[in-house]
Design a binder for this molecule. Structure first.
Ligand code: CMP
Length: 147
């Protein structure tokens, strides 16, 4: 099934974006659109709204607003899970053990498990929400669903 997902290169990995983009293309994703932006604190709080109230919420907002991010709409077969596999586990140390070739293993911060270089939507609903968040003016045709 063809899906779209939102991929986000986080501020500390933006210098590695050419290498990460190369991986995106080698993995067979289609880049539907891309945008480089610096999020305001309010925007970051909205984007990560589901984590509001958690112990790490403020540090997460600090991290994601510390510089520019690069957002991509990726399309492809099973794109949501495919991109999450390419990312590897959320924690950098786990990614290095369990998925050494993954983006988080290769580009995540060795000194901070959660400064993990990149993000991917975790469901069809969050993909839709996150794509709209970064690309509010873009009209996309519905993806054909069918198993
Ligand atoms: P991401 O895939 O962008 O989704 C939410 C982010 O919150 C996650 O990657 C990490 O960067 C961060 N995060 C998740 N869990 C924790 C945690 N326990 N402590 C600090 N940061 C976290």
């Amino acid at each position: 099934k063809i899906q779209r997902t939102l991929a986000l290169i986080k501020p500390d990995a933006i210098d590695k974006s050419p290498e990460i983009e190369k991986i995106i293309l080698e993995e067979g994703f289609t880049v539907v659109d891309r945008r480089r932006v610096r999020l305001t604190r309010a925007e970051a709080e909205e984007f990560y709204g589901e984590h509001r109230g958690k112990s790490f919420y403020n540090s997460l907002v600090d991290y994601i607003t510390s510089g520019e991010v690069l957002a991509f709409i990726l399309a492809g077969d099973d794109a949501i899970n495919h991109w999450r596999r390419v990312l590897g586990p959320t924690q950098v140390s786990r990614a290095r053990h369990e998925a050494p070739g993954s983006i988080r293993a290769r580009f995540g911060n060795s000194n901070n498990d959660f400064h993990n270089a990149a993000h991917g939507s975790d469901s069809v609903n969050s993909a839709q929400r996150e794509i709209r968040f970064f690309f509010p003016d873009l009209t996309l045709e519905p993806v054909l669903t069918g198993e």
